[in-house]
Design a protein around this ligand. Structure first.
Ligand code: GLC
Length: 717
């Protein structure tokens, strides 16, 4: 619809209808079963009019149901304005892919884009228009349950992946490509920095840190065209994001140039009362509308008080009109005025959702996200003639979808055992129910007997899905004690043990030190067990690299690779007493950012730079030779880090500034090059300006953030 028509439509709306456009309601309010509506309506004090005019809805899916809701909604809406159907499609719709932290470990932008594209396709034919994804909150604290939803601890990698997600969700013609959905980047901002890793807790950091580490991911998603932004539950410098004018009007809208829709997180407008910045819902409404929050999700501060606030002159009608206009523009950008059902299509739904093709891609993506953490004595890959026992609580578990897998079904998932049986008949497996926390003696005894008679033993351990995700912070990031005790019993009877782990966060894996191999499978999604089995038997060569550090112990947290040197650096004198360290553990992550093994053997050599000096407009070329010293073809992620040795503020000991995934055949070598220009050397100064300084820089290249070759050059401005 032409813009002038949208503006005319805005002017036809009554004040009440404008205010209702700002309300987002969950599926229950649109149920065709009256009894499902009455409770929620009473709870929120809503009338049928509010529901018929609420601008958007969340949590409705299914082509038939989506069409019914839209048809009913438009029939009851005085001007026939369509609603927008939104939902959390975080790592797949019905075909569930690995959790985003696993996608982050793939370091593969094509993987991220493909996952988003398929998620969008399945969601779109099922009637959805918007997904509340990508979540790009930078994370450094594995106690936080939502690290599973992030792509990790690095701003550069998070930014590249965010761009890929948005591209996959939205495509390049959202108004006409009905197999895409609009992306909503979240949670703005810095939700991942909750103190203590405790969900919904306070965030406290300098503006400089916020800009340097936390904002780049959101900005990248917006620069890639994300249509919506969701507010975060936390405060930013003492003011809840949802009422933070500086964050949303000055930074997001003015600086970033975002003129799309801002939606609150669930209940976040009203929660400003609990935060202690609003006396009541009226004040919460005022804070939010003045901050530029367009849609209030599932509370009614706007519905109840915006009319009064406008009539008494506290809030200008212009603020309401601009919010409504952004919502109407989003409906128009989605093509809903012409095609209110968009992609909803029962036939396509039946054909595409959970299709074999999607399952196959989900398996390939899972295989690219699984990290080989340890492989002593090259115990992996398994050989087909070896007798292998697959035991433990996760051996035949389909609890492998992970949090935020709304439409996914465990019964449609492939367990490790099921995947292994497809590959190999030489497998031992018991039938005892194996509890994650309290396995029965018979189950343990049966497993021990099997381990005794096997050549190699796969012990499958892990967290339950509900142990990560929203409102799932853990103070202790080890595996359940019973699982570690069980592993010791198995190690006592067979030394050839491989441990696989399903988990939604970096864990303290010290309890697995007795195993010869450790395979980090995350929550790998619908085809995860098949992918894991194919990794174990070498059909896939593991290529993933951690995008979040695994600490030795939770006591080190936060532990992240791009840390500051401090005035008493541990690295240079770990034995010294008076350096920045712990008495009882090293400063180092047990498995660092960028780490992951392969069945190939990659060797780095011959690091070179085209010039020792860089002038402002120069581009230097850095090259390294990567040599596959094995007969096994494999994929390597060559990582480029840079350190600014002297800045106007302290600079991290290294920062990821580039990466390249290369595939090398057996005994093949390749020269890999990176272009370095002055833009890569910029950082946020004390006065918040983003620029580079003259001086010496260190370039580091390698297979992870710890094992690196380095050289230096000078920037001369
Ligand atoms: C939740 C989450 C948010 C999600 C929203 C809608 O509380 O914080 O990520 O998109 O509510 O489900």
């Amino acid at each position: 619809m032409e813009q002038n028509k949208i503006n005319e439509l805005l002017n036809e709306l009554t004040l009440e209808e404008k205010i209702d456009q700002l309300l987002q309601l969950a599926a229950a309010f649109y149920s065709d079963k009256a009894e499902e509506k009455t409770g929620p309506m009473t709870e929120l004090g809503l009338t049928e009019d509010n529901i018929n005019n609420a601008g958007t809805t969340l949590g409705i899916a299914g082509a038939k149901e989506a069409k019914r809701v839209q048809k009913t909604y438009m029939a009851k809406n005085r001007l026939g304005i369509p609603t927008i159907l939104m939902a959390d499609i975080i790592h797949g719709f019905r075909t569930i892919f690995p959790i985003p932290l696993a996608i982050g470990s793939s370091w593969d932008l094509n993987v991220a884009e493909k996952m988003a594209e398929i998620s969008a396709k399945e969601a779109a034919v099922s009637g959805l228009h918007v997904t509340f994804s990508p979540m790009v909150d930078l994370v450094r604290d594995p106690r936080w349950g939502r690290v599973m939803e992030s792509t990790g601890e690095d701003p550069f990698l998070n930014s590249r992946l965010a761009e890929a997600f948005v591209k996959g969700y939205q495509g390049d013609d959202l108004a006409n490509d009905f197999l895409r959905v609009a992306a909503c980047v979240k949670h703005f901002a810095a939700y991942g920095a909750a103190i203590g890793g405790r969900d919904y807790n306070t965030v406290n950091m300098s503006e400089r840190q916020l800009r340097e580490s936390y904002l780049p991911g959101y900005k990248a998603a917006l620069d890639a065209g994300a249509k919506l932004v969701m507010t975060s539950f936390n405060v930013v410098d003492g003011i809840p994001a949802t009422g933070n004018k500086w964050l949303f009007r000055d930074v997001l809208r003015e600086e970033f140039g975002f003129d799309g829709v801002v939606i609150s997180d669930w209940g976040a407008v009203k929660e400003m009362i609990a935060h202690g910045v609003a006396e009541n819902e009226k004040e919460a409404a005022e804070l939010a509308i003045k901050a530029g929050v367009d849609i209030e999700m599932m509370t009614t501060c706007y519905t109840q008080y915006l009319k009064e606030l406008i009539e008494e002159g506290t809030v200008s009608i212009e603020l309401l009109d601009e919010a409504v206009l952004r919502i109407l523009n989003l409906k128009n950008d989605l093509g809903l005025f012409e095609n209110p059902y968009r992609g909803a299509d029962e036939a396509l739904e039946a054909e595409l959702v959970l299709s074999d093709d999607h399952r196959q891609i989900a398996e390939e993506i899972a295989a690219k996200s699984i990290v080989l953490m340890k492989n002593d004595d090259v115990i992996l890959p398994l050989a087909s003639q070896e007798k292998v026992a697959i035991i433990g609580p996760a051996a035949d578990s389909t609890d492998i979808l992970g949090a935020w897998s709304w439409q996914g079904k465990m019964e449609e998932s492939v367990s490790l055992l099921a995947g292994a049986k497809r590959l190999n008949s030489n497998i031992l497996f018991g039938n005892q129910e194996f509890d994650y926390f309290n396995p029965s003696d018979t189950a343990i005894e049966e497993a021990i007997q099997m381990a005794k008679s096997a050549d190699k033993v796969v012990v499958a351990l892990g967290e339950h899905e509900w142990m990560s995700g929203e409102a799932a912070s853990r103070s202790d990031i080890r595996l359940p004690e019973a699982q570690l005790a069980f592993l010791e019993q198995i190690l006592a009877v067979n030394e050839n043990v491989i441990v696989t782990v399903y988990n939604g966060r970096p864990l303290d894996l010290r309890g697995l030190d007795g195993a010869k191999a450790i395979v980090e499978a995350w929550f790998p999604g619908t085809e995860g067990g098949s992918a894991l089995a194919k990794i174990l038997w070498g059909i896939y060569n593991p290529s993933a690299r951690l995008s979040m550090s695994f600490p030795e112990t939770v006591g080190q947290v936060p532990v992240y690779y791009n840390s500051d040197n401090t005035g008493r650096p541990y690295e240079s004198a770990p034995e010294e007493k008076y350096v920045s360290k712990y008495l009882d553990v090293s400063n180092y992550a047990k498995y660092p950012f960028g780490f992951g093994l392969s069945y190939s053997q990659f060797n780095y050599s011959d690091l070179k730079i085209s010039n020792q000096q860089m002038f402002i407009d120069d581009t230097l070329t850095v090259s390294v030779t990567v040599d596959n010293q094995s007969d096994t073809a494999g994929e390597e992620t060559v990582q480029l880090y840079i350190r600014d040795l002297v800045g106007q503020v302290t600079r991290p000991v290294k920062e990821l500034k580039g990466f390249k995934k290369i595939t090398l055949a057996g005994f093949e070598k390749q020269v890999v090059e990176f272009e370095i220009d002055e833009k890569l050397l910029r950082y946020v100064h004390r006065n918040q300006s983003y620029k580079s300084d003259s001086g010496t820089f260190e370039i580091m290249i390698g297979s992870n953030s710890r094992d690196l070759a380095s050289l230096t050059f000078d920037l001369i401005k």
